[in-house]
Ligand binder design. Structure first.
Ligand code: GLC
Length: 668
């Protein structure tokens, strides 16, 4: 018999509004199923019991590539596959809700959790996260879209308020959530930080006015773990479940109810949503479709679709069979799978050394692997071996980057440079081998300006999960043609970013950059960047042509263009469609991403690509009209292989009759 709100006592209802343990909801005297919630965005992190647990008591699961890397695939199918694959581990381990994905905007490369997030652009972030949610929920497992909202640093994340204007919220920081909500995530997780001075967990305008009434979210709002400061105030803000279990929540709620500070109607509204969530978890869709081996294979496929070729001077990549290769850097044998914190995953997979994987794929090549690794002892001795190996090799590979002690939840980086000894290694090895290839195992943008001119090739490997070196060796040897493009800008230096090394004052941070975040900022400031948003090279080369924009409605257009693969290898190309408002009554970014397509184009083939635009492609958020607004006039449609490599342009005119456009006094 399905339990209904009326079947529960007041005590049972109030108990239901907080977790019973760290990971589970209240079973109300056995009347209800207890829901198990577990992290994380890059694979299941479940503890063997309901305690905070330890590494030893964490169950083993597939360590998938981090979302910060997969974002560079610009591939909806890969995001769906991420979600679907992780869902199988959830099903095998009786987890009902996966606490993912995170779509907070990458406002500064310093943010410690950027490896968990998707992009600096909300359209890309929301579009891809929607697929991830569909992938998980199509298997009968719930998700928790997080962290709502404006949580863009780890520094003082529990208390420092993010202060910003409504247009910026709507166009940048809410937009990724708004788009991802189309997948109807079963839950949304509120963030720790205050927004405009009120904790997200008790911010009624944030959770009720925006999330529920504006964006139409009717699911369960769960707190971040420990984000609730006053349970009855959070109930009034329509937060449904406080996690984890609390020793004070019941009394707080009971006292508030007795004093008339909360009503039975407010209590029942949350209880109803929780009962609906429980009902959703009791479904017959929970059937795994992959074996653990296939999950591993999915991790490798996804990461190989996501890695980015940043530099390839003289086309020294891919490495040819028979060329001698030197491999240096401890990440060649012990690559980081991901960043630190709640998103860690315990995998049973044992990584193969990159040198072995290269030998398998280059049987006629001599591969010289570094044998001793920096262990804090005499690094120079180790360096000497690396130099001897590199000297005389046809190609010298250097594996560097960050690990989970540098990029993690709870703290931000203070620099975006690599560690000094890694920079030194790159420069020393480049002196003895002009064909030096740097592999970057990093979770977010790094400053490569110290050494980029000393090396011939750079591959962004990222935090790529288990089997990372399988993907890397596939790309280095050309078995896979790199197709990733950056979902975040790589600035020249930290000083070129908007907020530089500013971390906030511990009280509040004013988002004075407004809507000018990421490429929107660099376009407006004319600041040079190292690698722009949307940038990535290939072993193939493409030309774009024949742009045609067909008007199919007042603000509906089909953008058509052709891409030719001029090489002798099949390859994928990510093309991007940006929109520019030629003249506007408000300040608007130079251009904004409003469409993209990733297409496999065979050697010598020409393919026609179509991208649809609609009202949202032209609109800005008007705080004068309190609605999205499109001004009549000309817009430019910009098609590019990156945000700074615009290859085709067209102009279109939008002329909306007044009744579908707010009238402005200058209209006669
Ligand atoms: C953490 C994180 C959140 C995670 C939760 C449970 O503090 O902010 O992303 O899902 O707590 O571990």
């Amino acid at each position: 018999m399905k339990i209904q709100t009326k079947d529960l006592t007041l005590e049972e209802k109030l108990n239901l509004l907080s977790g019973e343990t760290i990971w589970t909801t209240n079973q109300t005297n056995g009347k209800l199923k207890s829901i198990w919630m577990s992290d994380g965005p890059h694979g299941l992190r479940k503890l063997q019991d309901t305690s905070w647990g330890t590494w030893e008591t964490t169950v083993e699961a597939t360590a998938m590539p981090n979302l910060g890397l997969v974002a560079n695939s610009w591939d909806k199918e890969m995001f769906y596959l991420m979600g679907s694959t992780i869902a199988d581990d959830c099903i095998d381990n009786n987890v009902d809700v996966l606490l993912a994905p995170g779509v907070n905007i990458k406002r500064t490369p310093l943010c410690g959790r950027n490896f968990e997030y998707v992009s600096e652009d909300p359209f890309l972030a929301g579009t891809l996260a929607k697929e991830y949610i569909d992938g998980v929920q199509d298997k009968g497992i719930g998700t928790s879209l997080k962290h709502f909202a404006i949580n863009n640093r780890e520094y003082d994340r529990l208390f420092q308020s993010s202060d910003l204007d409504e247009r910026t919220m709507m166009e940048i920081y809410f937009k990724a959530f708004e788009i991802a909500l189309r997948a109807k995530p079963w839950t949304v997780m509120c963030s720790y930080n205050p927004v405009n001075g009120v904790y997200a967990s008790e911010n009624k305008k944030l959770l009720d006015t925006y999330l529920r009434k504006t964006f139409g979210f009717d699911g369960v709002i769960v707190s971040d773990w420990g984000a609730v400061h006053n349970r009855y105030k959070s109930l009034k803000a329509t937060l449904d479940i406080e996690m984890p279990n609390s020793t004070v929540a019941f009394d707080n709620l009971k006292n508030a109810y007795d004093k008339g500070l909360i009503t039975m109607e407010e209590i029942d509204a949350s209880v109803e949503r929780i009962l609906t969530l429980i009902e959703k978890t009791e479904n017959d869709k929970k059937k795994t479709t992959t074996t653990p081996t296939e999950r591993h294979e999915n991790a490798v496929k996804i990461s190989s679709e996501s890695m980015v070729l940043l530099k390839n001077e003289d086309n020294i990549l891919p490495i040819k069979n028979g060329q001698s290769v030197a491999v240096a850097g401890m990440f060649a044998n012990r690559p980081p799978y991901g960043g630190g914190g709640s998103a860690i995953v315990k995998t049973k997979y044992k990584e193969e050394p990159l040198s072995k994987l290269l030998k398998d794929k280059l049987p006629n090549s001599e591969i010289k692997a570094q044998t001793a690794y920096e262990d804090g002892v005499n690094k120079n001795f180790k360096l000497k071996e690396k130099i001897l190996n590199a000297y005389g090799s046809d190609v010298s590979i250097v594996c560097v980057g960050n690990d989970s002690t540098i990029e993690a939840e709870c703290f931000d980086r203070t620099t975006i440079k690599l560690l000094p000894h890694q920079i030194n290694t790159i420069k020393e090895l480049a002196k003895v081998n002009e064909n030096t290839v740097v592999l970057l195992y990093v979770g977010s943008a790094v400053d490569v300006s110290d050494w980029i001119d000393d090396v011939k090739a750079v591959v962004l490997v990222g935090f790529a999960g288990e089997g990372v070196n399988e993907s890397v060796s596939d790309i280095l040897t050309g078995k896979v043609c790199p197709s990733g493009k950056l979902a975040e800008t790589y600035p020249l230096t930290l000083e070129d970013t908007y907020s530089e090394d500013y971390m906030g004052n511990g009280g509040a941070e004013l988002y004075s950059d407004g809507i000018f975040v990421g490429y929107r900022y660099y376009d407006a400031s004319d600041a040079q960047v190292m690698f722009p948003f949307g940038y990535g090279l290939s072993y193939a080369n493409f030309t774009y042509s024949d742009l045609e924009v067909v008007k199919t409605g007042d603000t509906d257009f089909t953008v058509k263009y052709k891409i030719t693969n001029n090489s002798d290898i099949d390859a994928k190309e990510i093309s991007q469609v940006y929109v520019k408002d030629v003249f506007s009554m408000v300040v608007r970014p130079e251009k904004e991403l409003k469409g993209f397509s990733k297409d496999l184009i065979k050697a010598g083939e020409t393919k026609t690509v179509e991208v649809k635009l609609d009202f949202s492609s032209f609109a800005y958020y008007s705080t004068a009209f309190d609605k999205w607004h499109v001004e009549n006039g000309d817009f430019e449609i910009l098609v590019g292989s990156s945000s700074q490599d615009i290859l085709l342009k067209a102009k279109v005119n939008v002329s909306l009759p007044n009744e579908t456009q707010q009238s402005n006094e200058w209209d006669v």
